[in-house]
Design a protein around this ligand. Structure first.
Ligand code: ZN
Length: 207
């Protein structure tokens, strides 16, 4: 969220435009909290025009047959069908640039992103800075009234009063999962290495 991924998407789109490629930019309509609809903007206020979409079907319907470069921002909010849509576009020779958050507030894979990451020719994982300790941040901490949001809260909170900040793995806090981490530490200290994989699996099921 604070890693500069939209800036990076905009930078690549600008370069494609300078190269006179036919470019189309889409973004999930869910993400209208910071950005005006119809625009992909970065935290520094620069932007490019984008088509807001609510589903992968809309991308398929709205994509121009002659588009050479197709960019999709906030792809984590789109349905799994986006994987097939962008694969088909890449198969027909288009360059597809996708930006999205790979982990949700729980630190778990977000929507279609894992499959997109697996199928991509190139992946750049951008990091923010942890707001607690200053190390490289890979996760988004959801806060409700300044407190860490529980694991059970919905992945996409619409119209909530929550805020987010970048955090590293150590400083990322999801209350119900905290119990699992303490359980895991105790289990790892008590059991030999061979049993650990099994222990992690069984704890995951319980958590
Ligand atoms: Zn940290």
């Amino acid at each position: 969220m604070f890693s500069g991924k939209s800036e990076e998407l905009i930078r690549r789109v600008r370069r494609a435009l300078i190269a006179r490629r036919r470019v189309q930019v889409f973004k999930s309509a869910l993400d209208d909290r910071y950005h005006g609809i119809g625009h992909v903007s970065s935290h520094d206020g620069t932007g490019v025009d984008a088509i807001p979409v609510r589903s992968s079907l809309e991308v398929a319907e709205l994509v121009h047959p002659d588009a050479q470069v197709i960019a999709v921002d906030e792809a984590q909010f789109l349905d799994d069908g986006i994987v097939d849509v962008i694969s088909a576009l890449a198969d027909r020779g288009a360059r597809v640039i996708v930006a999205g958050i790979d982990m949700d507030f729980r630190g778990e894979p977000f929507g279609p992103m894992p499959r997109i990451l697996a199928l991509a020719e190139a992946v750049d994982k951008l990091h923010a800075i942890c707001m607690v300790c200053g190390n490289s941040a890979t996760r988004n901490q959801r806060l409700v009234n300044g407190e860490p949001a529980p694991y059970e809260s919905p992945v996409v909170q619409v119209g909530g009063h929550e805020s987010y900040e970048a955090r590293c793995r150590r400083c990322h806090d999801v209350p119900s999962a905290g119990r699992y981490q303490i359980d895991l530490l105790t289990a790892l200290q008590a059991e030999p290495a061979e049993a650990r994989v099994l222990t992690i699996d069984s704890l995951r099921k319980r958590a």
